[in-house]
Structures are given as C-alpha cells and as structure tokens.
Design a binder for this molecule. Sequence first.
Ligand code: UDP
Length: 234
Amino acid sequence: MAQPLYEGKAKQVFATDKSDEYIIHYKDDATAGNGAKHDQFAGKGVLNNTISCIIFEMLEAAGIKTHMIEKVNERDIRVKKVTILPLEVIVRNITAGSFCKRLGVEEGIVLDEPIFEMSYKNDDYGDPLINDDHAVALKLATRDEINFLREETLKINALLKEFFLKFNLKLVDFKIEFGKTDDGIIVLADEISPDTCRLWDVETNQKYDKDVFRQDIGDLIETYKAVLERMQTK
Ligand code: UDP
C-alpha cells in the first residue's frame, strides 16, 4: 500500500494520479483527550465514512461547497485537494463538554442562540480556544475569511439540526474544518460523524456519539450503528 501523505488520529490522506485530488481513508482508531485515551473498534472507519458521506451529500445538495468528489468504497472517499485551515470551528446549541468544564456550566442547557467558537489546531498547546482577533493576528485566516467561516458554519448548523431532528436526534454541538483549494476557494472538509458531533435522543437524551467512548458509558460501534440505522430508515 502507498505511503500516506498525512496520517491523523482517525484517517489517512493519500495522493492520487490527479494533482488536485486526494483519497481519504478512514481507520478504526478512536482517540479522546488529545490522544490520552486511544482504542481501536473494528468497523468504526466504515461507519464514519458512510455517515459522513451521507451528510456531505446532503450539505452539497443544500448549496454548501465541500471537498467531496465521490465515495470510492466503504472506507475511502475521493476529495478535492485542499490545505486545511489550522482552525477547529465549533458550534454549540446545547451546553456540553469543554464549554461546561471551562465555564462551570451545567450540561444540557439549551442556548438561546448558537455559539460559534474557534480553536487553534495545535496539539502541543492543546488546541486552545481563540477569538477572531487571535486568528487574524496569527495569520490563520483573514478577517473576511473568518466572516465567511462564521456565516457558512451557521448555515451548516441550521441544516444539520434539521437533518438530525428527522432521526429524533438533537444536535448538541459539533466541530468542522475548512480547507482552501489551490484556487483559494474555502470549502467544508474533514468529516462530520458521531466522532465530531454530539447527538442526543430527543426524548431520552441518550448519547449517540463519541461521549460513549470518552466517558465509558456505552459500546461505540453499537452506538454509531444506531445513528446510521436511524439515518437509513427514515
Ligand atoms: N470535537 C472534535 N474534535 C476535537 C474537539 C472537539 O470533533 O478535537 C467536537 C466534539 O465531538 C464535540 C464538539 O466538537 O461535538 C465540541 O467539543 P468540546 O469543545 O466540548 O470538547 P471535548 O469535550 O470533546 O473535549
């Protein structure tokens, strides 16, 4: 097998015979706490690729520009070559996770308006939370690009909230990443899956996302399978 150009915690990126396309390969690894907790779950890569492709197709159909070209097989997706902006863009609709820990807020409070957050993608510094001025000062993105990211992200939030609600799931929060093509166009990249979203059952608030692994409260594969089944049966 060819050497990946890049290997992350859950995915590998490969060059293709086209200079402007990559193949992303989903692995079975799960990590939490910046790699402090690490395990492998047979079939996780297939589930995340399948779920993420369905979501990216839905977003494309709704007018969001993404890196997606086509799903190649159950673990691989062909994408436009992009340079990932070193920003983790997060939206919160309901309080959870680091927001609660950082601010001493209870989990599960429905926010009046979505919160847009950015973290600087830098493992050595624990992906610190930053604001627009920090991002501009560090030259991670221009002011105009950040304004675009905010607008596009809030549109994506509205689309994802409506999408998951059809499957009786509340979108609590999520993380997305954007990339820039060689032509300078910013598109949604990376993945959207139960690894990167918090999803709670509308009636019971049962968790259907990576928190089952982070908090050791359930079986990751069964949980991700249940998300995909909901997405396929409605
Ligand atoms: N998230 C992610 N990757 C990260 C950090 C966060 O996909 O490196 C997602 C996470 O799954 C959740 C949202 O972003 O849906 C908000 O995460 P939070 O800041 O609460 O961090 P956590 O509690 O996961 O450390």
